[in-house]
Design a protein around this ligand. Structure first.
Ligand code: HEM
Ligand SMILES: *[C@@H]1O[C@H](CO)[C@@H](O)[C@H](O)[C@H]1NC(C)=O
Ligand SMILES: *[C@@H]1O[C@H](CO)[C@@H](O)[C@H](O)[C@H]1NC(C)=O
Length: 524
């Protein structure tokens, strides 16, 4: 009798366990990917081969013990290829996730921009999108307090158009000279290989314009709840032109249709340990369960006269364009409905560049934009090789007709037998005639100036938002060990808003046993 009851209990437990597992799979198809693969196939999908297609027999595939390795094609092929499977990572935005989908025009912008991608209501353009924390390395955590890349590649009929943006409407610096300075100060310390608060705050003190974006990152928005619930911004003010040769200036916005969701600091820290790939998992699972992420795409529009009469530099990427002055105008929807089939091929090899532009969109006249045109291409030549544009995900929908030939693989068809020099008299490709050509305007840039907007950002926060902001700043500044730097940082915060400075100071002092702190510290 006793034994029977125990058996029943075991069965019952097993049943509950199974239900639990099944429920788990429904929630997390990403975790079940390989099992799903088996379930969708009726058996092994074919005979295994070497890289060159020679079939491998069971004897070769079972062991190398007591065999000659040099003649062991399977051993050689498998191990030598393995040694070469890593390539240089992106120097920033190293870790990321992405997906495919389309952009659909809901409101055309023909009146200001002739680009075909925005020309007709209902027009759909395929897209690839990649999201990425800025400083995390491969194996890093998705929930760190950091800005996130929001890079969109539109595969238009006039070639690829990329918006290589962020989930913040502003950038850190205006002068591209100091991009490596900014990135090095956020990356790991050269000796300890640890993230370093002294370096982090030293940068902010030396480049106070960086406080605008950093203030936003110290709010809940600095820890977005995955990628689906965060907004995106093109940041730069793009010059566009219509058929009438009239110039306009626009900033792109992507607003998540499922709403903005953030994590609290403590949730983000907990998830960092439990599931460092939280955002990638969330994105994959949402798409796999047909819960397609979408964003409303809109623009802020400035006329030439708006640009001339603005009382600040509208091209300053460290500033936002106030929405009450330049309201959002909806243009379309961005929808992600397809997961990558192979992460490395489809996402790691994606090569975005702000200068991948199409007729009608001229890019931005600011110096940061200009410098990015060099950096991304250079980085991709290094990371993916001189013919990275021939990699599947980077190819435009229509075959490019260039006079470039040869080089490192992949070279694709290498333009077959088409004449290989320009100009030529033998029917090679020729340029088209642009009747309404417009040039990017020239601007004069002064040093970044955004303290007013940084202050405004702080002052417009609700009380509870300010409280969490201050807590997050205290916890970051609390680990600064250089007393002078701590003082300079508090002074910077006080210059933004005296209450902000004094609250942070109070928090630091209250927690002085927890954080490194000089007891004799006084604000000036
Ligand atoms: C002087 C300024 C900047 C420089 C030199 C720079 C440089 C770079 C480089 C070299 C990469 C790696 C590219 C690759 O290996 O494929 C990169 C990635 C990225 N950058 Fe920048 N960047 C700058 C400013 C910005 C700004 C202002 C934004 C946002 C508006 C931005 C957003 C991104 C994003 C989203 C990625 C990741 C792209 C991807 O997902 O593949 N960067 N940046
Ligand atoms: C996310 O954070 C921002 C900034 O604090 C806040 O305005 C917004 O309400 C937050 N959203 C959610 C859903 O928590
Ligand atoms: C740190 O100080 C703040 C007051 O500014 C307090 O609310 C918080 O509980 C303190 N944290 C610790 C760990 O003592």
């Amino acid at each position: 009798m006793f034994i029977v009851i125990r058996e029943m209990k075991t069965e019952w437990c097993f049943l509950v366990f199974c239900i639990g597992i099944v429920a788990g799979h429904d929630d997390d198809p990403a975790a079940n990917q390989i099992v799903d693969f088996r379930d969708r196939t009726s058996g092994p999908i074919g005979i295994m081969t070497t890289s060159l297609g020679a079939p491998i027999n069971h004897n070769q595939a079972s062991t190398t013990l007591n065999k000659r390795l040099i003649f062991h094609e399977f051993f050689m092929d498998y191990n030598l290829h393995f040694n070469r499977e890593q390539i240089p990572p992106r120097v920033v935005h190293t870790k990321g996730g992405g997906a495919f989908g389309y952009f659909e025009v809901t409101h055309d912008m023909k009146d200001i921009c002739k680009a075909k991608v925005f020309s007709k209501v209902g027009k759909k353009t395929p897209v690839a999108v990649r999201f990425s924390p800025q400083v995390q390395l491969f194996g890093g955590v998705d929930t760190s307090r950091d800005d996130r890349g929001f890079a969109v590649k539109f595969y238009t009929e006039d070639g690829n158009f990329d918006i290589v943006g962020l989930n913040t409407p502003m950038f850190v610096i205006k002068d591209p000279l100091f991009f490596p300075t900014f990135v090095h100060s956020r990356k790991k310390n050269p000796q300890t290989f640890l993230y370093d608060s002294n370096m982090f705050w030293n940068f902010l003190v030396l480049f106070p314009e960086g406080m605008h974006i950093q203030m936003r990152l110290f709010t809940d928005l600095g820890t977005p709840d995955g990628y689906r619930h965060m907004p995106g911004f093109g940041i730069h003010t793009f010059q566009v032109v219509n058929e009438e040769k009239e110039n306009y200036f626009i900033r792109f916005h992507f607003t998540p249709d499922a709403g903005v969701k953030n994590l609290s600091s403590s949730e983000a820290q907990k998830i960092a340990g439990l599931d460092p790939d939280y955002a990638n998992r969330d994105l994959f699972n949402a798409i796999d369960t047909r819960n397609f992420p979408s964003w409303t795409v809109s623009i802020q529009v400035l006329s030439v006269s708006d640009v001339k009469h603005a009382d600040f530099d509208v091209f300053d990427v460290t500033r936002v364009l106030p929405e009450d002055k330049y309201p959002l105008r909806t243009v379309g929807k961005l929808i992600l409905n397809k997961n990558p089939l192979n992460y490395f091929a489809d996402i790691e090899q994606l090569a975005f560049c702000p200068c991948n532009l199409v007729p009608g969109i001229l890019g931005s006249p600011d110096k940061l934009f200009e410098s990015r045109c060099l950096s991304y291409r250079d980085a991709q030549h290094y990371r993916l090789g001189g013919n990275f544009m021939n990699i599947g995900v980077n190819k435009p929908i229509h075959e490019p007709l260039t006079y470039n030939r040869d080089g490192r693989p992949p070279i694709g068809g290498n333009k077959r037998n088409i004449p290989n020099y320009y100009p030529n008299s033998y029917n090679g490709p020729v340029p088209y005639l642009e009747e309404n050509e417009v040039e990017l305007i020239e601007i004069f840039e002064s040093k970044a100036d955004n303290l007013d907007q940084t202050r405004e950002l702080y002052e417009n926060m609700r009380f509870d938002e300010k409280a969490r902001l201050i807590e997050n700043i205290v916890s970051s500044l609390g680990s600064v060990t250089d007393p002078l730097l701590k003082k300079q940082s508090v002074n910077l915060l006080s210059a933004i808003n005296p209450h902000l400075g004094s609250s942070v100071l109070e928090g630091l002092l209250a927690n002085r046993t927890k954080y490194y702190w000089d007891k004799d510290f006084k604000v000036k």
